[in-house]
Design a protein around this ligand. Structure first.
Ligand code: ZN
Length: 379
C-alpha cells in the first residue's frame, strides 16, 4: 500500500487499500463518481427497464424459434445467478439451459440450492467438470506466483467454459447475473486482475508442472471480438433491468425454492471463502467486502454506518478459516507448512509477469467510448 496516507471515501467504504483510488475535493472516491456519472444516468429499472427487458426477451424468442433452448446461463448457486434463472424462466418465459462448472471445490453442483431450483423450474442442467489435475497444478502455480488474485484459475475456468460451450453449441444468447445493484463497485484491478491468458500462461510456465491440455481458456480477444462479432453471441444482463435488491431476492428464493443463504457474496465455494475471507485480507490487506458493501451503499441497500460496522468484524471465523485451510491443503495435496511458505512469499502483482494489460486496457477504453463498458476504469 506504499507510503500513501490512509484515506477512506466519505460516501462509500472504499479506501486506500486500493492503491489507485482517487478522491475529489469532497473526499468522494472515483468509484462513487463513476457510479453517479456513468452508471446511474443510463440505468433504468422499474417500468422502463421491464419494457426494455421484455423487448429483448421477445427478440430472443423470435430468433431462437424452433430451438430447444433460448439461451445459456451459468448457474453458480449464488443469489445473483439463481435469481437470474428465476426471472428468465418464470417472468420472461424463456427456456434456458443451465450450465454448472465443477472446478473441484464447489459443492455447487450437488448443492441443494441448485438442485431445488433446477427441479422446481423444470430446467435442464449441464455440468462441465474441469480436469482436476490441471486445476490443481494451476492453483499451486498461482500460490507460488504470489499475485493477489488466487481465484484466477477458478474464474478463468468458469468464464471460459461458459463462452466456449456457447460458441461450440450454437448459443446466440448468454445470460449472466452481472448487475449494478450488487456490483457497481467492482473490485480494484490491483486486487483481482484476471482474464489475461498471457499472464496465466506465464505463471503456469514458471511454476506449473504438467501441461494444460484440457483446461478451458477463453481470452479477451476471443470473448470480445471473435465470439461476439463472428459467432454472434450476445451477453444479456437481465438483473440490470429489474429492481434487483439482494435481500428481497434472497427472501423470494427462500420462500419459493427452500433457499439457504450464504454468509457472503461468493462464499458458496470453499476455496473462495478461504481466499477472500482470509488469504487476501491477511496477506495483502485487501478486503473484498469493501466493494460489496460499497455497491450496496450506492444502491441504497445498506448504510455507510452499517458497512463500517460490518468491516469491523472478521470476514469469517478464524477456527473455520483454519479448518478450510486444512481441507484445501489436503485437496491440493500439499502440506500446511507448504501453504505457510506460500503465504510468507513476498507479495507480487500481475505486473511482475508477462501480461496483456496494455492491450486489454486499450480494448476496455474503446468499449467505454462506445458506451459498452461502464466500469470504473483508470488509464
Ligand atoms: Zn466512494
Amino acid at each position: 500500500m506504499g507510503d500513501r496516507e490512509y484515506q477512506i471515501c466519505t460516501n462509500c467504504v472504499m479506501d486506500t487499500s486500493d492503491p489507485q483510488i482517487t478522491f475529489d475535493e469532497h473526499g468522494r472516491c472515483d468509484f462513487c463518481n463513476n457510479y453517479y456519472n456513468s452508471i446511474l444516468p443510463s440505468w433504468h429499472t422499474g417500468e422502463q427497464g421491464w419494457k426494455e427487458l421484455t423487448t429483448i426477451a421477445e427478440r430472443i424468442k423470435a430468433t431462437t424459434k424452433g430451438k430447444k433452448y433460448n439461451c445459456l446461463i451459468a448457474l453458480s448457486g449464488g443469489t445473483d445467478s439463481s435469481y437470474l434463472t428465476y426471472i428468465v424462466k418464470e417472468k420472461l418465459g424463456l427456456n434456458p439451459l443451465l450450465l454448472a462448472v465443477d472446478t473441484g471445490w464447489n459443492l455447487k453442483v450437488a448443492d441443494s440450492n441448485v438442485e431445488n431450483l433446477v427441479k422446481k423450474l423444470r430446467l435442464d442442467l449441464e455440468t462441465i467438470t474441469v480436469d482436476w489435475e490441471e486445476m490443481k497444478d494451476l492453483q499451486i502455480a498461482f500460490f507460488k506466483s504470489a499475485v493477489p488474485y488466487q481465484d484466477t484459475p477458478q474464474d478463468t475456468a468458469i468464464f471460459s467454459a461458459l463462452y466456449n460451450y456457447a460458441a461450440s453449441h450454437g448459443f446466440k444468447y448468454v445470460m449472466t447475473g452481472g448487475n449494478h445493484s450488487t456490483e457497481c463497485v467492482k473490485p480494484p484491478q490491483e486486487w483481482t486482475y484476471y482474464n489475461d491468458i498471457k499472464l496465466l500462461k506465464d505463471i503456469h510456465k514458471k511454476y506449473g508442472t504438467i501441461p494444460l491440455k484440457n483446461f478451458p481458456l477463453c481470452g479477451m480477444f476471443k470473448y470480445r471480438i471473435f465470439y461476439r462479432y463472428f459467432k454472434g453471441i450476445q451477453v444479456v444482463k437481465p438483473l440490470n433491468y429489474v429492481d434487483y435488491k439482494k435481500e428481497e431476492a434472497t427472501k423470494l428464493l427462500e420462500k419459493e425454492f427452500g433457499w439457504e443463504t450464504y454468509a457472503n457474496k461468493h462464499f458458496e465455494d470453499r476455496f473462495t471463502r478461504f481466499y477472500e475471507g482470509w488469504w487476501l485480507p491477511n496477506k495483502f490487506g485487501y478486503d473484498k467486502r469493501r466493494c460489496y458493501d460499497s455497491s450496496l451503499i450506492l444502491t441504497g441497500q445498506m448504510t455507510r454506518e452499517e458497512a463500517l460496522r460490518d468491516l469491523e468484524q472478521q470476514p469469517y471465523d478464524k477456527a473455520i478459516a483454519m479448518e478450510d485451510k486444512k481441507y484445501i491443503c489436503e485437496h491440493l495435496g500439499i502440506s500446511e507448512e507448504q501453504m505457510d511458505d506460500f503465504f510468507a512469499l513476498p507479495n507480487k502483482t500481475f505486473r511482475d509477469y508477462r501480461n496483456s494489460f496494455t492491450m486489454i486496457n486499450k480494448a476496455i477504453k474503446l468499449a467505454m467510448v462506445l458506451g459498452i463498458e461502464k466500469r470504473n476504469f483508470r488509464t
